[in-house]
Design a protein around this ligand. Structure first.
Ligand code: 26V
Length: 838
């Protein structure tokens, strides 16, 4: 333990309050300043945790300076600006990213050394901001990084959840969830904006004004308070904003009479309701209350963000006098990250008509030109449908507007596309099925947006050919593809500095960090022995670091010389972690049946699986339990454990991914074809020189095209074969591979303990009461999967060949930069231009 005083830091390095240049001595003095005057900790201690907060506050000073300059620059130039509306952001840790983007890595590392700390240790103190579930939230965060790096005037809007995605622990019954208290101390990155507050109404009724105008009144009114998180671009001054809303009650909403009367709960009822809104990401929606809360969250985000956007539009008149509303789409683009922020559509209509007094046609023109929608899934159970009754109660004026949009859409189809009339019952927005009348949010988005996009070519093709096929004939040019991407800063430069340095050395430039296509120039060195040796040693260093981490969090000692095989993502049946573990089980059984000599000829493997199962998703939780049970048996079996280990990596999140991905050699992206919209971890793994075993699904298709089919272990049914295979399965025409049967039987025999796996295994049979036996076609794809795995084992034995494939994976990853994705959104959907801060 070191203290500031004992180190003599204040004496040697006098605290300096203002942000500083790159001189480590001055940086150290600024860190000391924050440590010393911080109201959060005693100034007499300077342990790693205090060092983290003081360092973060020092870095934040720089960010705030750039962030203010950026705001004023945008305000002065008044360019068209994009607003990304998302219910999820998976920001992860911010310190390494901020220091790296500001390009002050060396200065801060030296400064912390002077203060008795290591930067690596200090950054580990930060908790992940996990305000999201999985790929959709992480995509939003990668997009923010690219938007700032490309100097685009673009902001994110989201909710400031008090508790993010749950913390996962593995107990004797499998996954256990607990609250993730990311704000336990405080977040040094958020700036509360007491000047930015908007009223948000719920419930109430619609009142007709004397002039016939309609007005939403009554109900309960809460406040949305802004918290800004600065988003620095890489090596640029532009620092954008992620604005997160928090719900508050108005101060008069405490009834002092009731309070003094001892009725504390009723006195503060609105305070308590306000707290509920941003309490947790994804409140369980099994109950009516849960559904209502989730809808309130969505509306809260949309209403606060749009009021803010409109205010900014009005403020930025730049000498042009009053603005005309028809200019709004020339200044504002709103991107809906899936259907979660769909209520932005009726809310913008309402604000324009009821508050700004535009007529329907004018408001509709502005709204449709402003809003664009991204679809992130074709799974029917994930397509949002809200009960009309709940919507009428919570948002009566919005329901009137949605009804009117639907009515006009139906009229339009009848008059312009009479051949589609018989399809109207599925095309229209309100599903008036008397059993369960609902609002179909995706339909509302398609009807009301000027652009609809999927997130990988195959996914966009499926949208056009299936889910939205009839809309395509109405609006042939509305549908687009924008293949996802990932930020090369976080996902290569910062998480794997060793490999990054090698790439920079061989490319003779570090420009690849902002122009990822340059990686293609590595191809010509793929056989070079010197590069191969450096590449292997960097990968080995990353594997050793990962092995230490695994030992620390699981107690399992893994061999860095074995093949590191990783599957990390949310646990879902369509992602088929079950296929992976069944393959492992079969392999384990065969290893046990082999002689010692035979085992020695196999390729030693460490299989790591990680991810969170939604708390109420029983089968996903059974899969987590199975992986853990298999690990417990295999890892302690002395006959086998030199050749095979199985690790469940607990509490998978962004920081854990930053540790796992650089150390990976093979990763599994094995969803049933047609079901994974894109996937983005596949891109992160490939970028880090990891080979992929996968199906022709989502972005795998394009990754394989880019890196070359000989460098991709492909197996499985294709998306267009899937429907027929399912029908055959239902008709009992499927003949199971004996290896598949053997693996299942082995589990049922109790080889992995006494837990009842029958319900999970039954879901793989064609004749169960589950209604859709082996819907995900694990049985069909099993033999192909096993053969692909055999090819993996063979390829790994030839280290030169494997290393070449690894280099070619990185070399072929240029397309998957989120800089490319965002440039396409900017040009082809938002029509915005960069606006670099001088
Ligand atoms: C949500 C749910 C909720 C109910 C149970 C079933 C289910 C299945 C899927 C989903 C996903 C909703 C949207 C989503 O997160 N999509 C992901 O978006 C990523 C970024 O575009 C993409 O890479 C992933 O493939 C896609 O699953």
């Amino acid at each position: 333990m070191s203290t500031v005083v004992a180190d003599g830091v204040p004496a040697k390095i006098p605290p300096v309050a203002s942000p500083v240049d790159e001189d480590p001595v001055k940086i150290a003095s600024n860190i000391s300043y924050h440590a010393h005057y911080s109201p959060h900790f005693s100034p007499f201690k300077f342990e790693p945790e205090q060092a983290f907060y003081a360092t973060a506050e020092s870095v934040r000073d720089r960010l705030i300076q750039q962030w203010n300059e950026t705001y004023f620059h945008y305000h002065k130039l008044d360019p068209k600006q994009t607003y990304y509306l998302s219910m999820e952001y998976l920001q992860g840790r911010a310190l390494t990213n901020a220091i790296g983007n500001l390009n002050v890595q060396g200065g801060y590392a030296d400064a912390l050394n002077k203060l008795g700390h290591e930067l690596e240790e200090v950054v580990e103190q930060e908790k992940d901001a996990a305000l999201g579930n999985g790929g959709l939230g992480r995509l939003a965060s990668c997009f923010l990084d690219s938007m700032a790096t490309l100097n685009l005037p673009a902001w994110g809007y989201g909710l400031r959840y008090r508790y993010g995605l749950f913390k996962q622990r593995i107990g004797k019954d499998g996954q256990e969830e607990s609250a993730e208290d990311w704000l336990e101390k405080f977040s040094p990155w958020e700036i509360v904006r007491h000047d930015i507050v908007f009223p948000i109404r719920f419930f109430g009724q619609v009142e007709v004004q004397p002039n016939g105008a309609r007005k939403w009144v009554g109900g309960e009114v809460l406040q949305a308070l802004a918290y800004d998180v600065p988003i620095p671009g890489y090596k640029t001054k532009n620092t954008n904003s992620l604005r997160l809303w928090e719900a508050k009650a108005v101060s008069e909403d405490i009834n002092l009479f009731e309070f003094n009367d001892g009725q504390y709960e009723t006195a503060a009822i609105l305070h308590s309701r306000a707290q509920q809104i941003c309490a947790v990401l994804y409140p369980g929606d099994a109950t009516e209350n849960g559904k209502l809360l989730r809808l309130k969250q969505q509306f809260f985000l949309c209403s606060a963000s749009l009021q803010d956007i409109i205010l900014r539009f009005k403020e930025r008149k730049v000498g042009k006098g009053t603005r005309s509303w028809s200019e709004f789409p020339d200044k504002v683009a709103v991107q809906l990250n899936d259907t979660h922020p769909t209520l932005a559509i009726p809310e913008l209509m309402r604000l324009l008509m009821d508050d700004e007094e535009l007529g329907w046609d004018e408001a509709w023109e502005v709204t449709t030109k402003t809003i664009a929608y991204t679809n992130h899934t074709v799974l029917p159970e994930a397509l949002e449908k809200w009960s009309q009754a709940v919507m009428w109660k919570l948002l009566p004026r919005h329901m009137e507007i949605i009804q009117e949009i639907d009515k006009r859409f139906i009229e339009m189809v009848k008059s312009t596309s009479p051949d589609l009339e018989h399809k109207l019952s599925s095309l229209c927005i309100l599903d008036n099925n008397p059993q369960k009348p609902v609002v179909r949010m995706a339909n509302l988005c398609v009807v009301s947006s000027h652009s609809v996009n999927g997130v990988a070519q195959l996914h966009s093709d499926i949208l056009k050919a299936e889910l939205f096929v009839d809309y395509v004939s109405i609006w042939p040019t509305k549908f687009q593809n924008k293949t996802n991407g990932i930020t090369p800063r976080r996902w290569l430069k910062f998480c794997s500095p060793e490999l990054s340095q090698i790439i920079t050395k061989w490319l003779k430039t570090d420009e690849w960090v902002t122009n990822l296509d340059l990686l293609v120039n590595l191809r010509k060195f793929a056989d070079n022995e010197e590069l191969q040796a450096e590449w292997k040693s960097a990968k080995l260093a990353n594997k050793k670091r990962l092995a230490q981490y695994i030992l620390r969090v699981t107690g399992v000692d893994i061999d860095p010389n074995s093949l590191f095989d990783i599957q990390v993502k949310r646990i879902h049946e369509y992602k088929r972690q079950l296929l992976n573990i069944l393959g492992v089980i079969y392999k384990y059984k065969k290893l046990k049946e082999m002689s010692d000599e035979e085992r020695k000829n196999t390729t030693p493997r460490t299989v790591m699986i990680g991810g969170k199962a939604f708390a109420t998703y029983t089968n996903a939780k059974r899969i987590v339990k199975l992986v853990n049970d298999v690990g417990a048996v295999v890892n302690t079996d002395p006959q086998v454990n030199n050749y095979l280990k199985v690790v469940f990596v607990p509490n998978y999140n962004v920081s854990v991914a930053e540790m796992l991905i650089p150390g990976s050699e093979l990763s599994q992206h094995i969803s049933t074809a047609g079901m994974e919209a894109s996937g983005t971890s596949n891109m992160k793994f490939a970028l880090n020189g990891c080979l992929i075993i996968g199906t022709l699904d989502g972005a795998n298709v394009e990754i394989r095209e880019e890196i070359g089919e000989q460098n991709f272990f492909l197996f499985g049914a294709t998306a267009d074969q899937v429907p027929k295979l399912r029908t055959e399965r239902e008709k009992g025409l499927f003949k199971a591979d004996p290896r598949f049967e053997e693996a299942k039987k082995f589990i049922r025999s109790g080889a992995f303990g006494s837990y009842d796996y029958n319900p999970l295994l039954d879901s793989l049979e064609g004749d169960t009461g589950y209604g859709r036996g082996d819907y995900f076609l694990v049985g069909h794809d099993f033999p192909g999967y096993m053969e692909a795995q055999t090819k993996v084992d063979e390829a790994y034995k030839d280290s030169k060949r494997w290393t070449k494939m690894s280099i070619l994976s990185t070399a072929g990853s240029g397309k998957f930069s989120s800089d490319r994705t965002i440039s396409q959104y900017a040009k082809e959907i938002w029509n915005i231009k960069d606006c670099p801060v001088p």
